[in-house]
Design a protein around this ligand. Structure first.
Ligand SMILES: *Cc1c(COP(=O)(O)O)cnc(C)c1O
Length: 376
C-alpha cells in the first residue's frame, strides 16, 4: 500500500474562506468585480504596506500590465533575474522587448546587485539603457534591494519587483514588492496563500494602478457607450476568488510562522548530514521559507539531488529541482546573459523539499527518513 502523497506546497484553507464566499452568494454578486474585490485590495494593501493595490487574474497579468504602463515595447531591453520561473520573463517578450538575464549572488540566491550595476553602466556607455529591471524574490526571500534601487535611481530606470514567492517576507522591515515603482504578487495554488489563481499589482503610483485597472477591463474609456482608445485585456479577479483571498490573507502570519517552523524542523532532522546545506537567510530581512530548499554536494553526501528526488518520488513524496535558469531555456537561447554560473550551480545541486503548511511533524520525519537512508 502506498502512503498518502506529500505535495510540494499544496493549498491550505483556513476555514474562513467559505464565510466570505457565502457573502458573495447571498448578495448574488458573483460578478462583475464587486465588494469582495474592493475589500481584498484594501486588506492586501494594508497587509504589505502598499499605498495602492489592484487584484488581477494572475501574477503574470500584473507584471504584463506594469510593463505596458512603463512603455516597454519592441527593441527595449529589460533586466531580469535568470534564476526564476519563466513567468518573470514572459511578459517582457509579450511586448516585443528582450530580457537580459542576470545571475544570482550567493547570499540570497537573488539578483546580484554588482552585476546589475555593471550591466547598467555598460549599457549606459553604449547609449542603450534598459527600460526596466525585474528583481525576483525567490523562495520567500527578498533580494538585496537597496543597491539595486540606488543604481536604478541614478539612471532613472523603473524597478518592478516580482514578489510572487515572497508575500510575508521582509527587507529591512518592509515588504518586498513595495520597494520599487511597482510590485507583483501571485495567488497561484502553490503560493503561500491562494485564491486558486490570481495576482496583485501594488504601487505607490496611483496613476500606474489606475491605468492598469483600466487596461485589465478591456481599456474602456469613461463613456456610457463602449469606447476604447487603447488595447485592453481581460485580467481582473472575480468577486468569488477575491472572497477566498480574504479568508486566506487573515492567516498569512500563521502560514509564515509554520513555513519557517518547517524549515527549522528539516534543519534539525537533516542539518548534521555532510554535504547538505540549506538556502541561506540573508541578513537584511526575514524569509518566509515559502519552500525549504537544500543544496547537495554529492561528493560529501554520497548521492545527488536528483537521486534524492527519485528516492522521495518512489515513496510518493513530491520534491522539485530549483527553477532552471532562464538563460538555459531553449525559448530564451538567444537572450543576453550576465554571469550565470551561480544560478547554474544552484540548479544543479538544489532541491525543494515538500513545505506545505498543513504537513505534520511525522510527515517531515517521513521525508527526512528517506533522505537519511541515501547517505553513504
Ligand atoms: C508563481 C510565480 C509567478 C506567476 O504567478 P501566476 O499568478 O502563476 O501568474 C511569477 N513569478 C514567480 C517567481 C512565480 O513563482
Amino acid at each position: 500500500m502506498t502512503r498518502q502523497r506529500l505535495y510540494l506546497s499544496p493549498p491550505h484553507l483556513s476555514g474562513r474562506e467559505q464565510g466570505y464566499v457565502q457573502q458573495v452568494f447571498d448578495s448574488n454578486w458573483i460578478a462583475p468585480l464587486g465588494p469582495q474585490v474592493d475589500a481584498f485590495e484594501a486588506e492586501f494593501a494594508a497587509a504589505v504596506g502598499a499605498p495602492h493595490a489592484l487584484a488581477l487574474s494572475s501574477g503574470t497579468a500584473a507584471l504584463h500590465l506594469a510593463l505596458i504602463h512603463l512603455g516597454v515595447g519592441p527593441g527595449d531591453e529589460v533586466l531580469v533575474s535568470t534564476l526564476t520561473f519563466s513567468a518573470s520573463a514572459n511578459p517582457v517578450v509579450y511586448l516585443g522587448a528582450q530580457p537580459v538575464f542576470i545571475d544570482s549572488e550567493r547570499i540570497s540566491w537573488n539578483l546580484d546587485p554588482a552585476l546589475v550595476c555593471e550591466t547598467i553602466e555598460r549599457k549606459a556607455r553604449q547609449g542603450r539603457l534598459p527600460k526596466a529591471v525585474i528583481p525576483v524574490h525567490l523562495y520567500g526571500q527578498s533580494a538585496d534591494m537597496d543597491p539595486i534601487l540606488a543604481i536604478c535611481a541614478r539612471y532613472e530606470i523603473p524597478v518592478i519587483e516580482d514578489a510572487a514567492e515572497a508575500l510575508g517576507a521582509t527587507y529591512r522591515g518592509r515588504s518586498p514588492g513595495t520597494l520599487g515603482r511597482a510590485g507583483i504578487f501571485s495567488f497561484n495554488g502553490n503560493k503561500i496563500i491562494t485564491t486558486s489563481g490570481g495576482g496583485m499589482l501594488v504601487s505607490p503610483d496611483k496613476e500606474l494602478i489606475e491605468h492598469a485597472r483600466k487596461l485589465a477591463q478591456q481599456a474602456r474609456d469613461p463613456a456610457p457607450h463602449y469606447q476604447h482608445s487603447e488595447i485592453g485585456y481581460n485580467y481582473r479577479l472575480s468577486n468569488v476568488l477575491a472572497a477566498i483571498g480574504r479568508g486566506q490573507l487573515e492567516v498569512l502570519p500563521e502560514r509564515v510562522r509554520r513555513k519557517r517552523e518547517i524549515c527549522e524542523s528539516y534543519r534539525q532532522l537533516l542539518g548534521d548530514l555532510p554535504g547538505i546545506a540549506f538556502m541561506p537567510e540573508a541578513p537584511w530581512g526575514r524569509s518566509t521559507r515559502w519552500l525549504t530548499v537544500i543544496t547537495v554536494d554529492p561528493a560529501q553526501f554520497g548521492a545527488t539531488s536528483e537521486e534524492i528526488r527519485l528516492a522521495l518520488e518512489a515513496e510518493n513524496i513530491e520534491s522539485r529541482p530549483l527553477w532552471k535558469p532562464m538563460h538555459l531555456q531553449p525559448v530564451f537561447r538567444d537572450c543576453e546573459v550576465m554571469g550565470g554560473a551561480v544560478a547554474e550551480n544552484l540548479f544543479h545541486d538544489g532541491l525543494c523539499l515538500p513545505s506545505g503548511t498543513a504537513m505534520t511533524n511525522s510527515d517531515l520525519e517521513r521525508v527526512a527518513g528517506v533522505v537519511r537512508l541515501l547517505q553513504r
